[in-house]
Design a protein around this ligand. Sequence first.
Ligand SMILES: [Zn+2]
Length: 448
Amino acid sequence: MSAEGPSALWCELAWLGGGRAEEGVLIELEGERISSVSAGMASAPPQATSLAGLTIPGLANAHSHAFQRTLRGRTQAGRGDFWTWRRRMYEIAEAIEPDLYLTLARATFAEMLLAGITAVGEFHYLHHGADGARYEDPNAIGKAVIEAAREAGIRITLLDTCYLHGGIGREAEGVQLRFSDGSADAWAERVAGLEAGAGARVGAAIHSVRAVDPEAAARVADFAAKRSWPLHAHVSEQPAENEDCASAYGKTPAALLAAAGVLSERFTAVHATHLAEADFELLGGGGCGVCLCPTTERDLADGVGPARRLADVNARISLGTDSHALIDMFEEARAVELDERLESGVRGGHSAAALLRAATTGGCDSIGWTEAGRIAAGKLADLVSVELDDVRLAGTSRDHAIESLVFAASAGDVRDVLVGGRFIVRDGAHLALDVAAELDEAIAMLPE
Ligand SMILES: [Zn+2]
């Protein structure tokens, strides 16, 4: 990575948050921030570095489990459902150790950067060694994940996840012992020892109502509130979760979390695929975010998230690549709209600009990087340029550049990526890492 970044960038086209792209946008930088933005400059001034194509704010991946990158391709064969997939995922989780995770997560985060993702929310629950044995440093794996992000060059919020039970009323067992701190107090004590650092922040997560009882969820929420941390939870990903929650507590997962004091403007419900009628008001009225992960939800046969209805109640939408069946935020963004079309028979429930906001601003806000995700003076200079003259996007017009980007671009169209005003990816290549080789090497060390 270059020590000094450019002092100004001139973008052929840039998306500044509106309904269409602006032409000839000059973005001046001061250190890691944007100092000014002006549109309508026909050619690049001499001091500016030119970015061809369309420039957008860095994409934000609000829900990731980095180790699950290993499963790509390996879980696509045969029949099954979420629960059969989970058994394969547990086999990988069994085999992870801190050094291996550093290599695997660094490569996975570098793949994200190549796809234009400049900030990730890592929903991290793999805390301990075999059978739950504590590492000498009980945060050894969390720190390895933060270090991996630093080495790859991506911003991270480590959403340190409380995971206590193997299901409602069931003890954690097998590999779940690696996830469990035993109690919410022990979780809090361990997490208090985590330090972030430049480009890294810490937040909290409740794995799900399956893995965290309401009293423990309330303790986690209180801990996060005192620190103004973002707080995430998997909510209603599967009908079986709703059924277990209803029979144990007589409530939906969202209502149970609401009663435990979990819902707030800092809270993001991940998936929210199978919501009951009253859940929409709880999440929307509570000012909560919802993170949809359509490529994973497809892959796991979870169902189609009710994105239009969530937007109608003003739930703030963000997006995540979750299990990394793919790492392509353009695919996540268009899937929100296209999957709903198949169910509803109606087109155009979400504009391209709204989907792009979910993939940028929405994600940054959800994981606590509110000073990123927008091209505006004072914001962090996290920027992505997408070339428009390759065969996939040739013919793109300025007036429909946002629609072309969201509905036709792929991660492979990303050309340049800056984080904090410095190039991390240039002309489609990571400047510090051979990403494919690192992925091959790390994945080869894990069970087939
Ligand atoms: Zn997840």
